[in-house]
Design a protein around this ligand. Sequence first.
Ligand code: EPU
Length: 339
Amino acid sequence: MIKIKSNFSLKRLNTFGLSVTTKKFVKINSVQEAIELIKSGKLDSEKKLVIGSGSNLLLTKDFDGIVIKINIGGIHVVKEDDAHFWVKSGAGVIWQELVESCIKANFGGIENLSLIPGTVGAAPIQNIGAYGVELKDTFEALEAINLENGEKKYFKHQECNFGYRNSIFKNELKDKYLITNVILRLSKEPELNISYGTIQEELKKLGKTAFTIRDISDAIIRIRQSKLPDPEKVGNAGSFYKNPVISMDLFQAIKKTYPDIPYYEQPNNEVKIPAAWLIEQCDLKGTCHNGAAIHIDQPIVLINKSNATGQDIKELSEFIQKKVKLRFGILLEPEVRIL
Ligand code: EPU
């Protein structure tokens, strides 16, 4: 029997640690349970929110619907050829547990994504990325259940429309599917990606020239732990904004006043600018608004400093957007989902 709870606190289920409740709550432990629940009709006419570990969510008010927490586990090799292993993981597996299993087994491809908070099922929704690698680089397919009719559907790589922190599941298919399993294609002879400057600096400290995926993972864990607040200690949801992609013309105009502006060239004559830099230029590092604050070391991260409400964080975000827009003419787009 699947148990639906009423008036359930989400405080432990969102990494901002916000005290909000949901009208109804259910935990799903298997694909079968997900299908059963949807086909039972108990979700009909309810607003539905599927969550993993709530690490990309800003809840500004109580949720007037049903929150479905995915708890589907299991990590298995499902296929192998000369060069690759295909690994299938339950959507409820903690992302870092999958990364760690792959590193232990010497399966390469996701070591740069070490220590990203969240679950495996949430990873494709925003095509998680860090240090020059994105989920899409190893993604093979996923299995999902249609929230309307309980039908199973497989999505191959091309069907997910992956982009920078984006996929079909944030657009046309938003809130339409519940992801149950993800399959990744990992390498037997990993090609290491150490292009990102800070990784190279960190690896230099090891005093060797050849590196393993364990070295990369350890280096990234050290970098992340030194820069990003641990959500267990200080409520946050990682990068609050996407790094904006702007036209070359706007970039050139800004560069006249700010010759040191950091940037990453993109296809189509566009340029990606670090949101952290834009916020820092507006002298906003460390700014507080009620219990919410801009992280002092990494201003793309907003934190729950002391008993903030979701509304405090939202207002702080709007203030940042206003300041950055005024100075640079760029609208920062939130990466987190605001509800
Ligand atoms: N910067 C500043 N001031 C600061 C911090 C950074 O000006 O206080 C500038 C610097 O120029 C720096 C640049 O911002 O070189 C980039 O900073 P960082 O390497 O910390 O990365 P980011 O662009 O802020 C992105 C991802 C992160 C990911 C890192 C590492 C997005 C929205 N964020 O952050 O992802 O871990 O790169 O690859 O693309 C997340 O999505 O939640 C996340 C943490």
